[in-house]
Design a protein around this ligand. Structure first.
Ligand SMILES: Cc1cc2nc3c(=O)[nH]c(=O)nc-3n(C[C@H](O)[C@H](O)[C@H](O)COP(=O)(O)OP(=O)(O)OC[C@H]3O[C@@H](n4cnc5c(N)ncnc54)[C@H](O)[C@@H]3O)c2cc1C
Length: 437
């Protein structure tokens, strides 16, 4: 059964209101064959399919709902260098050389977005520029330290500002420091995802919507079964994110305990005066603070502030969501106190225990690849995953294996206790944020 609040969370999305979906792709009604069957038509599944088709493979994508109806069509649109975990797990588990390669791949992930946009003429309101902000002194010190470290270890350049200089990048009373970088940026995620789907179909990929995979037979070939059809293939890519175990509990049960769905939410204002938008964020960058439970925001192409944040570890939509988020938005930009909110939506991110990417092949089934654990940082990293999976299937697995070597552990507490334990753990981090530790 699907997370109770999931479908309803997407009904008032700015993205669904501002992108035009093509007609529904057919649902699978027969038994067919392909070289590769991909489960899930979010960014991870679509980029895998596109990369594979471009290498000459026949590919079928099975999507339980609509293309990019999951996290890929709902997110903050921020395409960010690096990983949700920071470099910590990569350095400690893989060593500096592989960590450096992983960092390079995170930058490549952003370049891949731009290459795909250019190659397939995807109109998705792409903007470059990213601003990290810190809302208290301890966080400002942390930000400076993190940026120095990225510069020292990986040569990543950013412009660090503190005190009154911060207003050069953002007109907010809240922030004590900021770091601006030009590599990351933002886009309209649903337009981008629909563009990827169009490109994949043009490259020969068959996409079936409303076709949930409920069973996967594994062996030297794999067969993915839906309610009314099946796809037999040499390889399978699991790109179902947090809903994979919900639609198909039998598909890959060994993956489910390694990720947790955590709710995150976005409000969208009515369009504001472009001159005011420019005054608030002169570079039109996306912005993100460095708290554990973070605020992330940016302007849309039609000058709405899309303000994200808040979390739910219980999967229940928080009460008074719009009011609470608007209050937080007004702390950032009191100038918008009288600006009405037109959209409120949300979704779930698939966090792994250490927030690092969880890529690999299923044990005993080396022809079944999986991409998960994007931990709220998947706009760019999904597209990298798609490329690496295609390289691996084509026989060049070195880069995929760099990331697949990362060890991951199930959330403690099993299915019934992991949620309360995570909630407890997160409360501790929130308390640390609140106390400025
Ligand atoms: C509100 C929100 C804000 C976010 N903001 C950002 C951000 O600003 N920057 C960033 O980098 N990341 C952000 N993220 C995270 C990012 O959106 C995700 O990491 C990324 O979209 C994951 O892509 P995916 O393809 O793995 O999963 P999804 O997009 O969720 O796609 C998985 C698809 O698989 C389908 N599926 C599942 N099971 C089955 C099955 N059994 N059979 C067939 N189909 C199945 C689902 O229906 C779904 O369409 C945010 C996420 C949310 C929810």
């Amino acid at each position: 059964m699907l997370l109770a609040s999931d479908t309803q969370l997407n009904t008032k999305s700015y993205y669904e209101a501002s992108a035009s979906r093509p007609a529904l792709q057919p649902s699978l009604q027969e038994s067919i064959t392909a070289d590769v069957v991909v489960i899930g038509a979010g960014f991870a599944g679509l980029t895998s399919a596109l990369e594979l088709a471009e290498r000459g493979y026949s590919v079928v994508v099975l999507e339980a709902d609509r293309i990019c109806s999951g996290a890929s069509g709902r997110n903050g649109g921020q395409a960010i260098a690096g990983f949700a975990s920071g470099q910590g797990p990569y350095e400690s588990q893989l060593g500096m050389q592989a960590a450096s390669q992983a960092w390079g791949m995170s930058l490549e992930a952003i370049d891949l977005i731009d290459a795909r946009i250019a190659k397939h003429s995807i109109e998705c309101d792409r903007v470059l520029g990213y601003l990290y902000v810190a809302d208290r002194k301890s966080k400002a010190r942390q930000l400076e330290k993190d940026m120095r470290e990225l510069q020292g270890k990986y040569g990543f350049e950013s412009e660090f500002l503190s005190g009154s200089d911060v207003c050069r990048h953002i007109d907010s009373p809240l922030y004590q420091a900021s770091a601006f970088e030009r590599h990351s940026g933002h886009l309209h995620p649903l337009k981008y995802g629909l563009g990827l789907a169009r490109a994949a179909i043009a490259a020969g990929v068959k996409i079936f919507e409303k076709s949930a995979v409920i069973k996967l037979d594994r062996g030297s070939s794999v067969t993915a079964h839906t309610a009314q059809g099946s796809v037999k293939a040499s390889y399978c890519v699991l790109a179902g994110n947090y809903t994979l175990p919900e639609y198909g509990p039998q598909v890959a049960p060994e993956l489910a305990s390694r990720i947790m769905p955590v709710g995150t939410y976005i409000i969208g204002t009515v369009p504001i005066d472009p001159a005011i938008a420019k005054q608030l964020i002169p570079s039109n960058a996306s912005v993100c603070d460095n708290n554990f439970v973070l605020d992330y925001f940016r302007f849309s192409a039609d000058h709405r502030l899309l303000f994200g944040g808040r979390v739910s570890y219980t999967t229940l939509t928080p009460p008074r969501l719009e009011a609470i988020m608007k209050a937080r938005m007004m702390q950032v930009f009191p100038q918008l106190a009288n600006t009405p909110i037109e959209f409120v939506w949300g979704g779930f991110v698939d966090i792994s225990m250490n927030r690092a990417l969880d890529f690999g092949r299923l044990p005993q089934s080396p022809n079944v690849f999986y991409l998960q654990g994007f931990s709220g940082h998947g706009v760019a990293a999904t597209g990298l995953g798609g490329k690496l999976v295609a390289e691996a299937i084509a026989g060049q697995a070195e880069r995929f294996d760099v990331l697949a070597k990362l060890q991951h552990f199930p959330f403690p507490g099993g299915k019934s206790l992991r949620m309360p334990m995570l909630t407890l753990g997160m409360s501790w981090y929130r308390l640390r944020d609140a106390l400025g530790w």
